[in-house]
Design a protein around this ligand. Structure first.
Ligand code: MG
Ligand code: NI
Length: 481
């Protein structure tokens, strides 16, 4: 075997990962792996807890995506207790979810992905980072910080806490929004909407046209897609039915409670991250980039692909332009960035719309619940993909089983495939440099993975792997338990 290239850590993503690229004797790529080198394990240690505590416990899965876990868990609790929150309770949850979306999408586009496009993929890593953005585009850097701060402040006023929230409870939302609070946050939300409009206009004018060739080639794979839509096919990030689309654009809709009929999870002995695949397609699972089987993607590009339309006017206009340009489903991996900005605009519009809804300040925000032995599934769209929380309880309301499928987990196989495609395309005859390795990383960044959210595999196959290497980095021995 030839040389092994290790990219560690993969930078400007949430969480910790390394990429291993194995070259053959001729210096061409034989194999690649994306190793996620952390483990959260919440599927195991939520067991035995009172189920109503889970919406607060699961926020600790991730400091970046606490709202997504909080809300999916609250929805699973609604199902466990067999209750439906009153309209204002649902709207307050929906509001918080969309505010969190705006914060996350702004962060990703400008600070995590932005340096690759503003400084260029092969700029030196010492400037290809958030400091580089702040130095070359100080006015944009300031706006990004301000708009992320506005999102956090709105969440704090609406729910008391911007991270690790506690207000979504079984049966609704524990803190009604007063009219005075609404009047205070509305102008903030309007400012975020202005920044969302600026962001997509800026990207379409100054960023995307420069990189169309890269978009057409980097990390490109052919897959299906999954996301949430309402009954009439409108994109929705808080609630709806799941739509699972095949690579040819045909699709099936189903209630998220039936997810186990459509998707299944595989385990590989080299990752703490499971590998979901579309079992309903009936052709198994393969990450072979030339002949993939059962592979679908989630997150922004997936949602834009599966939706028939958008719920707000400005986002609808952008959606139509995107679909006319790239078709359905759009497969080019770097189009995730464009799709994310359409979603930023949608969520910013949606937040303003919800705050202008008179019902949002209703004091009827929750209904009472009583414990029972049950099973409940909650599902929302997280910024990084479809998020499923599946709980079972005993008659005292204590949790007996938990399954989580996190947004990034769905994209585990696609991320591995995009990295494989990028490495095979870019590394030839042993030739590569820092810019090429960064382009391989860019094929991961497009997915905006949140790895610490997603690693819950403790199914007895692996917990620790110890590699013993010599002074030159050659593997001498390896132990797995
Ligand atoms: Mg799971
Ligand atoms: Ni996360």
């Amino acid at each position: 075997m030839g040389k092994k290239i290790v990219i560690q850590p993969v930078s400007r993503i949430e969480g910790h990962a390394k990429i291993i690229i194995q070259l053959d004797d001729t210096g061409n790529v034989a194999d690649t792996k994306v190793n996620v080198v952390e483990l959260r394990g919440f599927e195991k240690f939520c067991i035995g807890r009172p189920v109503e505590e889970l919406p607060r416990i699961v926020t600790s899965i991730c400091g970046v995506c606490p709202w997504s876990h909080h809300l999916a868990s609250a929805k699973a609790n609604d199902a466990v207790f067999g209750v439906e929150p009153p309209p204002a309770g649902t709207k307050l949850r929906d509001l918080c979810n969309s505010i969190a979306f705006t914060e996350e999408h702004i962060l990703h586009f400008f600070f995590l992905a932005g340096p690759d496009f503003v400084m260029g993929p092969d700029a030196d890593y010492s400037v290809r980072n958030v400091i580089g953005i702040a130095q070359t585009h100080p006015e944009i850097g300031q706006k990004v910080v301000r708009n992320r701060h506005l999102g956090a402040e709105i969440l704090e006023i609406v729910s008391g806490k911007s991270i690790h929230p506690v207000t979504a409870v079984p049966g609704g939302f524990s803190k009604p929004l007063t009219k005075a609070e609404r009047d205070k946050v509305l102008p903030m939300a309007e400012e975020v909407l202005e920044f969302a409009k600026f962001s997509i206009a800026f990207a379409k004018e100054s960023i995307f046209p420069k990189y169309l060739d890269t978009v057409k080639t980097l990390g490109v794979i052919n897959t299906g897609f999954m996301g949430t839509v309402t009954d009439d096919g409108t994109l929705n990030v808080y609630d709806g039915k799941l739509r699972l689309m095949k690579p040819d654009g045909s699709y099936e809709d189903f209630a998220y409670e039936q997810y186990t009929d459509y998707i299944s999870e595989r385990i590989q002995d080299w990752s703490y991250l499971k590998f979901p695949y579309a079992k309903s397609w009936g052709d198994g699972f393969s990450m072979d980039i030339d002949d993939p089987k059962g592979i679908y993607r989630t997150n922004a590009l997936a949602r834009i692909n599966v939706a028939d339309k958008m719920a707000t006017p400005l986002a609808q206009k952008e959606f139509e332009e995107f679909r006319a340009a790239f078709g359905r489903p759009a497969q080019l991996t770097l189009l995730y960035h464009w799709a994310r900005l359409i979603e930023l605009l949608y969520n910013a519009e949606h937040v303003v719309e919800l705050l202008n809804d008179p019902e949002i300040t209703s004091t009827e925000t929750r209904v009472p619940v009583t414990p029972r032995a049950s099973k409940g599934i909650g599902c929302t769209e997280a910024p990084r993909g479809t998020l499923i929380h599946d709980y079972e309880t005993d008659e005292k309301g204590l949790v007996t089983n938990v399954n989580l499928i996190v947004g990034t987990t769905h994209n585990n196989a696609p991320i591995n495939m995009s990295v494989n495609q990028a490495a095979k395309t870019l590394i030839k005859d042993g030739n590569y440099d820092q810019g090429i390795l960064n382009m391989v990383e860019m094929s991961i960044r497009a997915y905006d993975p949140c790895l610490s959210c997603a690693t819950h595999n403790l199914d007895g196959r692996i917990a620790v792997c110890v590699d013993i290497v010599d002074a030159d980095g050659n593997l001498k021995d390896s132990f797995k338990n």
